[in-house]
Design a protein around this ligand. Structure first.
Ligand code: GCO
Length: 440
């Protein structure tokens, strides 16, 4: 593959960078006492107004792709009412990318949903399927003249499944600890927890009209998982019909699942929950968006913490860029379509560690391609420092820093470094040059 065909880019998500996403569920939760968001997104990185500056910086550094999301809550702020001006905003972004020879990789849903969708039962209700199809149809109609190469329907379709598993594991852990406490203490805790739970329910009813809002990033039931997969499949059909030249897929959050002796079964189960459960819904897709940040290891007692002395990122993840090629190889054994790395990155204040991370991850991607795996692009997470959901603005993932007060951009060396990455294997190239010099 020539380098010009390969997408090297960076990713963002609307709610995390645009600012003032006021009709969305996450915005509503940010304003709540029990919504789970200690910090509000507010004006975020003001990318809504500054996207030209940001895409220009990406271009200047030599990148050729930009993955960003359309915000459903802006495009359809009330059910069935589409806002043409907001649609035009995203078309303007697409045009700006194209004018600058940047390939836009569009995500239709990246975690945040319109608030009205949650009031109707959210991602646990079958109504979401028709609602998502209507939104997709409207967007596809508007994209019909744009020659879009890639559309990702749903970002991290497996997220709710993973959250429910992590919560279950945490509760088991807590139960174990509780057994060691006295019964009086347990009594007090339970009283307090009950009161808090009641207040929470009251607040949810007030804001969303339901006791437990089923937002995209809440724990998912098996039925909810099926609904997400059905919504994806229905959207794929719509896009294939309306935009026959566009490749369609979704993305999954995939850790590099490893095991030490005794952890085989648990590791298998974890990979099933992250990937295999979703395979039937994606097996015929044009591509899969792979999103990887680290590895995880399982032993006989369950998930292991990183080894003593291992380097950790701001997120507390083990610094492990080799996780990406490992995941790509594993995915490819079961999924034969194209692979796009739609997210891979590190939160750190030390940009030299970001450069090192990209260097090693990219080398791994290059090896996968040399081994014949159809990896079509690498998109670093993230172009900008942004709103990391419940961690607020404390995580710095950006190739470009954003001043919290002034929103001023500061380009980090890692942006340039990513723009300089080539697919050619340097060792092979040097060998070829040497061979030529020797007249062979
Ligand atoms: C996710 C989302 C992003 C995150 C990123 C860093 O993977 O959770 O796609 O919105 O910001 O992953 O945690």
């Amino acid at each position: 593959m020539r380098n010009s065909d390969f997408l090297i880019g960076a990713a963002t998500a609307a709610h995390q960078v645009e600012g003032n996403n006021t009709n969305s569920d996450i915005w509503a939760m940010e304003q709540m006492k029990y919504g789970g968001y200690p910090e509000k997104s507010l004006v975020a990185a003001d990318h809504y107004n500054r996207y030209k500056e940001d895409i220009s910086l990406l271009k200047q550094a030599g990148l050729n792709a930009y993955r960003f999301s359309f915000e459903w809550a802006r495009i359809e702020p009330s059910e069935g009412i589409f806002d043409e001006r907001e649609m035009q905003h995203y078309l303007d972004m697409v045009h700006f990318c194209k004018e600058n020879k940047i390939e836009p990789v569009i995500t239709l849903h990246h975690f945040s949903s319109p608030k009205w969708l949650i009031e109707k039962g959210g991602w646990e209700s079958e109504k979401v399927i028709d609602a998502f199809v209507n939104y997709t149809r409207y967007v596809a109609k508007n994209l019909s003249n744009e020659d879009i190469k890639y559309i990702c329907t749903i970002n991290e379709a497996n997220m709710g499944n993973l959250i429910s598993i992590y919560i279950r594991q945490a509760m088991e852990q807590r139960e174990k600890q509780n057994e060691e406490q006295t019964s009086i203490q347990i009594g007090l805790n339970i009283e307090e927890m009950k009161r808090e739970q009641e207040e929470k329910v009251r607040e949810n009813l007030e804001v969303f009209g339901v006791e437990e809002p089923a937002v995209f990033v809440s724990p998912r039931s098996p039925k909810g998982n099926q609904i997400i997969m059905d919504a994806h499949r229905a959207a794929v059909d719509v896009i294939h019909k309306m935009l026959p030249d566009t490749k369609v897929g979704l993305s999954l959050s995939l850790r590099d699942v490893q095991c030490v002796e005794g952890g085989e079964e648990r590791a298998e189960k974890d990979w099933h929950d992250e990937f295999e459960e979703f395979l039937p819904a994606i097996i015929d897709d044009d591509f899969l968006g792979v999103q990887n940040y680290t590895r995880t290891r399982f032993g006989s007692e369950g998930e292991l913490t990183p080894e003593e002395g291992a380097e950790l990122t701001q997120m507390g993840y083990e610094f492990y860029p080799e996780g990406l090629p490992n995941v790509i190889r594993r995915v490819h054994t079961a999924f034969k379509g194209d692979i796009l790395v739609t997210e891979n990155g590190i939160a750190t204040d030390d940009d030299t560690r970001r450069v090192e991370f990209i260097k090693r991850a990219f080398a791994g991607v290059r090896d996968c391609i040399n081994d014949g795996i159809p990896v079509k692009g690498y998109m670093y997470w993230s172009l900008l420092d942004n709103f990391e959901w419940q961690s607020g603005y404390s995580m710095r993932f950006g190739l470009i820093g954003v001043d919290r007060q002034t929103r001023e951009r500061s380009v980090r060396p890692s942006l340039q470094f990513l723009g300089e990455q080539k697919l050619t294997d340097y060792r092979k190239k040097n060998f070829a040059v040497a061979a030529m010099a020797n007249g062979r």
